[in-house]
Design a protein around this ligand. Structure first.
Ligand code: SF4
Length: 353
């Protein structure tokens, strides 16, 4: 009964989303990866561009990682893109281009965890594998009136609720219920198809379920960012795969002890960074991650040669084909504004006519 009501509600009320028009496992996989840590509205234009460029795993496997990172620029959490690329390559190499439909094989692919496996296997392959994301966690905690269920508990509960005749629709319906009605604040219980089964509603504990997770400790990180731009382009380095902006192109960075620590040329030189003339500071740029608050302290500089081998001066045209973080564009806007001010302040040649 409850399952039938939830499915009927979903068929009536679901949002029109591009990945709801397909059962193609690749399209569903991509949508699930993009929607983790990104709001659905923000993910849609990226998803549509991605599927136009890489409609199959073969298309992505054949593409340069730089091209993918450039498309991903602005979505954040770039390890998702690199893992998807590695997984597509592995599907081509080990599975003849067919996405594996067994849980053990699918979960062996890079970046595929329990949630992604549950979502793709249930939605694309109609397998009764539960998928517990943040929305589903909230719905199940309220249905069962649990304050702080563990992931294992939630998986068992999700498995007991799953509609084995239509697992794909069930998975999507539960997520949609969490997104549209069973919201963190002011859930719309009167319109909910599961209101009769909901224990938290019966007990008057909806507002306390589930208890909020303890927020992660946020560490502050300060970095110097060296902006060296000439008519020939901007000096960039490819970030190491592990760590912030992994695999993306960024201006050279150097750790700064604190927001007040002065620039230390000797420390910079030890890291291969020497300046030809005095640096001009630009306004700080803040980049927030789940566990870190990164403060970039940009300096407009002219870097002395020789640079470390992995740096390149990249022209504006080539830059558009590289994956770069949005923070780079923000520093660029500040640098341009400073150059415009300098140009306006400089004595201008008077035209004689
Ligand atoms: S009745 Fe309210 S709290 Fe319970 S599942 Fe429905 S929307 Fe969520």
């Amino acid at each position: 009964m409850a399952r039938g009501r939830l499915r009927a509600w979903f068929q009536r009320c679901q949002r029109e989303l591009p990945w709801r028009r397909t059962r193609d496992p690749w399209a569903i996989w991509v949508s699930e990866v993009m929607c983790q840590q990104t709001r659905v509205d923000s993910a849609i234009p990226y998803y549509e561009r991605f599927m136009r460029l890489y409609p199959t795993t073969a298309d992505l496997a054949a593409a340069p990682v730089d091209e993918l990172l450039s498309l991903w620029s602005g979505l954040g959490y770039y390890s998702r893109a690199r893992n998807l690329h590695r997984a597509a390559t592995q599907v081509m190499r080990d599975h003849g281009g067919r996405i594996p439909c067994t849980e053990s094989e699918f979960r062996a692919l890079p970046g595929v965890g329990a949630y992604t496996a549950g979502a793709v296997l249930s939605i694309a392959f109609e397998q009764p594998v539960p998928a517990v994301d943040g929305n589903v966690r909230r719905v199940l905690s309220r249905l069962e009136d649990l304050a702080a269920p563990t992931n294992r508990q939630l998986t068992v509960i999700a498995d007991s609720w799953i509609d084995r005749r239509a697992p794909g629709e069930w998975t999507q319906a539960l997520m949609e219920l969490g997104a549209l009605l069973c919201k963190p604040i002011a859930p719309e219980c009167d319109a909910c198809p599961l209101r009769e089964e909901c224990r938290a509603r019966r007990h008057g504990t909806v507002a306390e379920r589930p208890e909020p997770r303890r927020p992660p400790k946020v560490k502050e990180v300060h970095l110097w960012a060296f902006w060296d731009e000439t008519a020939a382009g901007l000096v960039l380095e490819r970030r190491p795969d592990q760590g912030i902006w992994g695999g993306l192109w960024m201006v050279p960075l150097l750790a700064r002890e604190s927001a007040a620590a002065p620039f230390d040329p000797r420390r910079a030189a030890a890291a291969g960074i020497s300046l030809q003339c005095a640096a001009q500071p630009l306004p700080a740029v803040i980049h927030l991650l789940t566990h870190r608050r990164i403060l970039l302290h940009p300096l407009r500089v002219r870097l002395a040669q020789p640079w470390p081998a992995e740096w390149e001066r990249v022209s504006g045209e080539a830059l558009s084909r590289r994956g770069t973080p949005t923070s780079l564009a923000r520093i660029g806007r500040a640098a341009k504004a400073q150059m415009d001010r300098e140009w306006l302040a400089a004595p201008q040649e008077k035209s004689v006519g």
